[in-house]
Design a protein around this ligand. Sequence first.
Ligand code: CP
Ligand code: NVA
Length: 303
Amino acid sequence: MKHLLKLSDCSKDEILDILNLADQLKYEQKHGIAHKRLEGQTLGMIFQKSSTRTRVSFETGMYQLGGQALFLSSRDLQIGRGEPAQDTARVLSRYLDGIMIRTFAQKEVEDLAEYGSIPIINGLTDYCHPCQILADLMTVREHKGALEGLKMCYIGDGNNMANSLIVGGLTVGMEVTIACPDSYQPDPQVLEFAKAYGDKFSMSENILEMAANADVVTTDVWASMGQEEEAAARRKVFEGYQINDAVMEAAKESAMVLHCLPAHREEEITAKVFEAHANEIFDEAENRLHAQKAVMVKLMEKK
Ligand code: CP
Ligand code: NVA
């Protein structure tokens, strides 16, 4: 692996390798065992959108690995004034050891990888959120002991999270179901990817049918970053696409709940279900740190 641009670039073994290393790094962190595997290295973090978890977990992770991270807001960079990604990539490759970027277009991330000469990590685009799904899979494995054969149900917008959950879940051997309105389905490329998995993938507007017997239930905001003006209209379309008591009744009694956060209580999830599963949801948030440290070590460690 040279970059982490999207999960469909990763094999099952590559994903499992990252999760295994993430477990090890989490153990080392919790037990005070030093793991300065990126000593002297610098990660540049370009943000064209807001972030709490991604920014803080990458910055802290880089510090724990013995390196440092630079927060680069697009408001201050020339990229925000139109300097092409191709030039930014070639310049930053002369200073940095790796780049994490959060932006709108997936093409911008792919361009950085094509024109730069250092590892590029996708910290969320409109198309996908691979770092989040690695943390999600790590959390499921921690709580359930395995991934293969588990059923994961996503309820809501067919957005970046849905796209990455489908690809990541199917790749590691899970069954994935998506409950979303017909006009807000996941990306066509992702649906094409899912076709190869036959009945391990299903999608419908019938929420309870999709949630039936699920081991993992997950959701995301109805309006993503960049869709603020659509928020009122989306609130109407997505009404009912919510993790609530009825969904939890349909799922297995032992089902866990994930939410990438930030959460909108009483929209995509009720406060009651959120609080009942807060332990899993905040483990998931913590695991962003460990999963991303594993990604950085895999991509940036000098052998
Ligand atoms: N889940 C997630 O990516 O959170 P932030 O937007 O806070 O980084
Ligand atoms: N779908 C959300 C995820 C935030 C982590 C967004 O893109 O805003």
